[in-house]
Design a protein. Structure first.
Length: 451
């Protein structure tokens, strides 16, 4: 159960199932108190089919077994009191929503497609994502001491039948220098003053909070819904929530500041940790002069690089203010795989602009400065991209693909550790498998356990 599989399954679930609502559910397996639904299996089958896997009963059984393992890991995570914070769950959800938003063009198009607000989408999948993350945490605990030696890597590669050695598609590696315009005190004051006027229109002049939110709020999720947010404690940033829980029903807050900008909040209802509120967000925006200043800095950086007056690593430290890449030589990590290399599918999913910038470049070449929008934080900046690596398609070998083969060896060892753990646990677990799957040739003895 890798992070990559979780990411793809989440995306695929949205596109193929959530938007259509056509999967008929029934319980097909149970591990302790946790159940596996037919829809869970169908989602994984659809994903596998979309990736070119020819589905048959054997493949279906393999998918079901992976779902059973996840539920067993989840049970153990709960018994071991493992914790995944609400903030981590929300961050995981938000990252995936941003990828979908980028794929569809805007958050409004995303919400229109699914017929739900962003808040409703988050609520729909919050428990599912938290359980997935808990299962991942449990698996990571089991394999936390896993290591493989070079000898084990070579032995693993040598054990692969020649006709099964994988063919490696083209892989690309990128670095970047990004300079984001600086938000000044004057920029913040403009945003604050704008929200003061909006609040006065509501509180003093009696304007509708919902109408003002639709017109002025810069929150793409709640703005079109009149600023409406339905949430529970732990889902929003601390400053926002402390204000929500200090308000009386119908009361409108003073202006507060969070990492996103300035807000006013109106409490609609609250029951225990659950609440409904309206809010308006005004985000400070940098001035055109700030954009010009960033562009001038990056023009200077580009000229120095082309004239070999500065090394790439020094240029990153001197000119970049991107927190995610500045301390890593500007290397752009693939968020889907966690690796420093990308294939074309991942590039099209996350950052199509990079390929367009670097298609005709040779290894080590740098692009001219260009405007850039970070899809995760929706920040606009000016970027230079360097083609760090270009691996042509080839059959995997130890010389060129040692890191890849090492990861495969680690995954093989990881799978053996998890399988041994599963075999030690299932004899004492309550497990039930639907009659339709009793003939599955599982790797572990799921059928003949206590039920």
């Amino acid at each position: 159960m890798t992070k990559n599989i979780f990411f793809l399954a989440f995306i695929f679930y949205f596109v193929q199932v959530f938007g259509q609502g056509k999967v008929i559910n029934k319980v097909i397996a149970q591990v302790g108190d946790n159940v596996v639904l037919l829809s869970d299996l169908e989602v994984q089958k659809l994903q596998a089919t979309s990736e070119g896997t020819e589905m048959n009963f054997s493949k279906e059984c393999a998918i079901l077994e992976q779902l059973l393992i996840e539920e067993l890991l989840l049970n153990q995570a709960i018994l071991d009191s493992l914790v995944v914070t609400d903030q981590s769950v929300d961050a995981e959800m938000e990252n995936r929503l941003r990828i979908l938003e980028s794929k569809m063009g805007s958050r409004q198009k995303l919400e229109d497609f699914y017929g739900k607000s962003t808040t409703e989408i988050k609520q729909e999948f919050r428990v599912q994502i938290k359980n997935k993350m808990l299962a991942q945490e449990m698996e990571q605990k089991l394999v936390s001491d896993l290591t493989v030696t070079p000898k084990e890597v070579a032995a693993f590669y040598g054990g692969i039948p020649k006709d099964s050695v994988p063919y490696i598609n083209m892989k690309l590696g990128f670095q970047q220098i990004v300079n984001y315009p600086v938000i000044t005190k004057a920029d913040k004051k403009r945003a604050y003053d704008a929200l003061v006027e909006i609040r006065n229109e509501i509180v003093v002049n009696g304007k509708s909070f919902e109408t003002m939110a639709r017109i002025h709020s810069m929150d793409p999720g709640s703005g079109p819904q009149g600023g409406r947010i339905e949430a529970k404690r732990g889902m929003m940033v601390p400053q926002f929530e402390s204000t929500v829980f200090s308000l009386k029903i119908g009361e409108i807050s003073e202006i507060i500041e969070t990492i996103y900008g300035y807000h006013i909040i109106k409490l609609i209802s609250r029951k225990g940790d659950d609440y409904v509120c309206l809010h308006i967000l005004i985000m400070p925006e940098f001035s055109p002069e700030a954009v010009n200043l960033s562009a001038m800095k990056m023009d200077s950086c580009y000229a120095m690089l082309k004239e070999n007056k500065i090394t790439w690593d020094d240029a990153v430290l001197r000119f970049s203010n991107d927190e995610l890449t500045k301390q890593n030589r500007g290397v752009i990590t693939n968020p889907i795989t966690g690796e420093p290399t990308w294939d074309m599918e991942d590039l099209n999913e996350v950052d199509q602009q990079i390929y367009l910038l670097t298609d005709a470049m040779e290894k080590g070449d740098v692009s001219r400065p260009a405007l850039y929008v970070d899809i995760y934080e929706r920040k606009q900046g000016v970027r230079i991209v360097r083609l760090m690596e270009r691996y042509d398609p080839h059959v995997a070998n130890l010389k060129d693909d040692y890191a890849l083969i090492k990861r495969a060896a680690e995954n093989d060892k990881r799978q053996k550790i998890v399988t041994n753990w599963v075999n030690s646990k299932i004899q004492n677990a309550f497990i039930r498998v639907d009659d339709d799957y009793l003939n599955c040739d599982f790797n572990s003895n799921w059928v003949n356990t206590k039920n």
